[in-house]
Design a protein around this ligand. Structure first.
Ligand code: GLP
Length: 247
């Protein structure tokens, strides 16, 4: 694993956007795996700015989001589809048909998961997967469990995730209790993984996930087994790491 130290959230965002931009320049038909949450917002803002400035062209790129709440459609301002359209897709020239997110309103969850996996495969697999990390070590919505869930699946959200995500909803009872998510195998198949993490409240999970045992109780720990992972963290997020991360 490669650790890149960032001074703060903005610095983390600049470094992450730089890596994603470089991937696109190197491969105009790049297949991105994307994430939602607060962590990637700054990164998306920069990519949109650089596109606006004429430096990037997403016309041949594709994007697959990690996850989506079950029960929320594109018009719901809490859906991840809405988040992606608002914060990135509407600001860049990625084609409509190349924006993939699980359909939160799908009638048949099993068919939806299979469709999603097939779509990723159909695009030749993910070149670079952007990840955040949940306070309990989840990636996408792969929650701590007794085993690693492999493929895209429908999952029950844990209390801690519902609690953490309730900040985006008016009432706690509005937070969906289930979500579609890429599985651990789906994520691990990405050729490159770029995880961004900011703030002291994530310091403990960063230490556990990347320096502790690899176990499904801390889903992000599996990334220790991937051969091309870059973790960009700011001072707060890396504050409990005792090992020398180099410069
Ligand atoms: C959500 C998303 C994850 C995200 C995580 C952390 O639950 N499903 O993909 O990485 O929360 O979010 P944040 O970056 O807001 O801390």
């Amino acid at each position: 694993m490669r650790f890149i130290k960032a001074a703060d959230y903005n610095d983390m965002s600049r470094k992450a956007a730089g890596i994603l931009a470089a991937s696109l320049i190197m491969k105009p038909g790049c297949v991105f795996g994307l994430a939602t949450g607060d962590s990637p917002l700054g990164t998306y803002g920069l990519l949109a700015d650089w596109y606006g400035g004429g430096d990037l062209d997403f016309s041949r790129a594709s994007a697959f989001n990690l996850d989506e709440y079950r029960g929320l459609g594109p018009d719901s301002d809490q859906s991840y589809r809405y988040f992606m359209e608002r914060n990135l897709f509407s600001k860049i020239n990625i084609k409509q048909e190349n924006r993939f997110i699980p359909d939160g309103l799908a009638a048949d969850p099993r068919a939806e998961c299979a469709r999603y996996e097939a779509a990723i495969e159909g695009c030749g697999g993910i070149d670079i997967q952007l990840l955040g990390i949940g306070l309990n070590g989840h990636i996408g919505f792969n929650e701590p469990a007794g085993e690693f869930c492999k493929d895209t699946h429908l999952t029950d959200l844990t209390e801690s995730t519902i609690e953490a995500n309730s900040r985006f909803f008016e009432r706690r009872e509005d937070v969906p209790i289930q979500a579609y998510t890429m599985g651990i195998r789906t994520i691990m198949r990405a050729r490159k993984i770029l995880l961004i993490v900011s703030g002291e409240r994530k310091a403990e999970i960063v230490e556990r996930a990347f320096f502790g045992a690899v176990a499904p109780e801390v889903p992000a720990s599996i990334l220790q087994f991937h051969n091309d992972v870059t973790i960009i963290g700011d001072d707060g997020a890396f504050s409990l790491i005792k090992q020398n991360l180099g410069d």
